[in-house]
Design a protein around this ligand. Structure first.
Ligand code: PEP
Ligand code: MN
Length: 326
């Protein structure tokens, strides 16, 4: 934002007035003795231009058009999902389940435990992106049917990942929320195909994506007809392998508290170890997260993927109480 001053304005007083609104400014001198311009730092609070115009001495305000106008319209709104609302001003919601949908019995037990912990949605991968081609990659469409049946029985919604354009229709038939995984955040053809299902999307942040790239991926979805996007921070690639990823809670606070957007946090993939999941979940809610996406397993030792980060049902219930998601 660039602010012009009236000829008779005292720039220092205008800067002080703007600082009271949470705006940090830099003075840029104008030619020919005209009053300086003030350049508003991007570290400033989100303030409407109308409020800036009220500051004594301000003559005009010039705002750079937003690169994600559709996303900006979601600011401050909540989204209806599986009988609950998610977003600013709502109690954080819990989405919980195993990393992978492994069998009808495993997902049914997971759905019962998730419901007992007050979760709104059952998570679980039917189509799994795996680093190694030899790892378990999910039971595909068969698992989608197991998952829907288990969720219906327990009164939950379903969130599950769409890995390929080919699977959009089958996933959209069973899921209340379609997940785009971290590895596919900028797979624009997939984003367009998922948007065409006209269902809300959970957009995981790419593991090396800037916040701006993440928001623009959300804009791609909205521009292609997706009705609502929920962002999901799941940790970015750090330099230190001590935890699986680096949980960027600053980005969560920025998206939630400055941009007013619905952002949930996945502490499980962020830290990769179960003993740190609950503390990071609490920190996420403190940062402004609108919800949590948490992996657990009825029998973590038997998990076919991501066992070390899976809570057991009792630990999930304790997390739900600590984070007040129920
Ligand atoms: C997942 O949530 O199942 C998953 C694969 O996560 P991510 O895309 O964040 O790695
Ligand atoms: Mn996982």
């Amino acid at each position: 934002m660039l602010v012009t001053l009236r000829n008779d304005a005292d720039p220092a007083r205008v800067q002080a007035g703007m600082q009271r609104l949470g705006l940090w400014t830099e003075r840029l001198s104008a030619p020919d003795g005209a009053p300086p311009f003030l350049l508003v730092s991007p570290c400033s609070a989100a303030v409407e231009p109308g409020a800036v115009l009220q500051v004594d001495g301000v003559a005009g305000v010039c705002v750079r058009p937003s690169p994600h106008p559709r996303l900006d319209e979601l600011a401050g709104q909540s989204i209806a999902i599986a009988g609950r609302r998610i977003g600013v001003g709502e109690r954080p919601i819990l989405m919980a389940g195993p990393c992978s949908v492994e069998s009808p019995a495993q997902i049914a037990a997971s759905a019962r435990a998730a419901a007992a912990a007050g979760a709104a949605l059952l998570r679980g991968g039917a189509f799994k992106p795996r680093t190694s081609p030899y790892s378990f990659a999910g039971h595909g469409e068969t698992a989608l049917a197991w998952m829907r049946a288990a969720a219906d029985e327990a009164g939950l919604g379903v969130v599950t990942e769409v890995l390929s354009e080919r699977d959009v229709e089958s996933v959209a038939r069973v899921a209340d929320l379609l997940q785009i995984g971290s590895r596919n955040m900028q797979c624009f053809a997939l984003l367009r195909a998922v948007a065409s299902a006209r269902k809300p999307v959970l957009l995981k942040r790419g593991m090396a994506a800037t916040v701006e790239e993440w928001l623009l991926a959300a804009e791609h979805l909205l521009a292609a007809g997706c009705p609502a996007v929920i962002l999901c921070e799941r940790g970015v690639r750090g330099f230190d392998p001590s935890t699986r990823n680096l949980l960027d809670l600053g980005a969560v606070a920025l998206c939630a508290r400055v941009h007013g957007l619905p952002v949930v946090v996945d502490p499980s993939h962020a830290v990769g170890r179960k003993d740190l999941v609950a503390p990071m979940a609490r920190a996420a809610v403190a940062a402004g997260a609108a919800g949590l996406l948490v992996e657990f397993h009825p029998d973590p030792m038997q998990a076919k993927s991501d066992g070390p980060q899976a809570l057991d049902p009792a630990e999930l219930a304790a997390l739900a109480d600590e984070c007040r998601t129920r």
